[in-house]
Design a protein around this ligand. Structure first.
Ligand code: HSE
Length: 295
């Protein structure tokens, strides 16, 4: 019996669509136990406790890839990450499923192979990579292989997640994206994402504030989230360093200077005045990524 613990993640980080991501100290844990036959799932919503569960389907795909026949399995979930909230809960399930099957087959896949296969199942590397590796990462796919680098982000920044009572599937949030974009918008994002990364590393707060902007996905997605425009305008006029849609949404992520409790307080007051039932969650960066332990 073993336990796999995977951190929440925030992908895109504004201009870095499908490329940037960061892991947080908020976790989904999965206890995996081999049994004689069948599937038993505990600790998750009834609608997910069946053969279509993403952890289980990812396990089955991995067994097939490794040409092994699975035995029965008992999965016990202890989850902290909202489902379809834009904080990488699907990535935790995919990584947990592959890692679980791999462990039951004798750890034949390397960490890089697990990462590549998880990106293949998920379709994008930007949640999977920080969930596996920890920290803030930039990742690209090259011929089916994930190439990533950790970004040594300056310690003076903190994150605050604004989470509405709303589920938004990545599928519907991708459906509103255009097939093509104007050339000038692509150039705009190249500048923003380059400046954002360097500014986060150097602790250039002015640069972070200037560069946390995007023309590839957020303008198309904002209409899906009630109050997004008001919140984003409020944050942009405040002392906060940046605001972006977390992954495909609906969570909105705000970056603040670590010692700026004044803006955090004003932001919470502002959210209390909105109708959308917004919760706030201060998140610290997880530097370690996925962990597996025999229990
Ligand atoms: N980069 C992905 C997106 C993250 O924005 O759709 C969610 O899977």
């Amino acid at each position: 019996m073993f336990e796999i613990k995977v951190p929440a993640t925030s992908a895109n980080m504004g201009p870095g669509l499908d490329t940037l991501g960061v892991a947080f100290k908020l976790y989904n844990s999965f206890i995996v136990e081999e049994i004689e036959s069948g599937l038993e799932i505990f600790g998750c919503n009834k609608e997910f406790a069946n053969n279509n569960n993403l952890v289980y389907t990812s396990m089955l795909k991995t067994f097939k890839k490794l040409q092994k026949d699975p035995k029965g399995v008992r999965l016990t979930f202890k989850t902290e990450i909202p489902v379809s909230g834009g904080l990488g809960s699907s990535a935790t399930c995919i990584l947990a499923g592959i890692t679980a099957a791999n462990r039951l087959c004798g750890d034949v896949l390397t960490k890089q192979e697990v990462l590549d296969y998880a990106c293949k199942i998920e379709g994008h590397p930007d949640n999977i990579t920080p969930a596996m590796i920890g920290g803030m990462t930039v990742s690209i796919m090259n011929d089916g292989a994930n190439h990533y680098n950790k970004i040594p982000i300056n310690g003076g920044i903190k994150f605050c997640a604004l989470i509405p009572k709303l589920q938004l599937s990545t599928k519907s949030s991708r459906a509103v994206l255009p097939e093509t974009i104007p050339f000038k918008d692509a150039v705009y994002n190249v500048g923003m994402v380059s400046m954002l990364i360097v500014s986060l590393v150097n602790g250039d707060y002015e640069g972070v504030k200037l560069a946390c902007k995007d023309k590839l996905h957020q303008p198309y997605r904002m209409g899906l989230i009630k109050n997004y425009s008001q919140i984003s305008s409020f944050v942009k006029k405040s002392e906060a360093l940046g605001v972006f849609l977390s992954g495909a949404g609906p969570t909105i992520m705000v970056m603040l200077k670590k010692d700026d409790s004044n803006t955090e307080r004003k932001l919470k007051e502002f959210l209390n005045g909105l109708s959308g039932n917004w919760e706030t969650l201060n998140l610290e960066i997880d530097e370690d990524g996925l962990n597996i332990e025999n229990i």
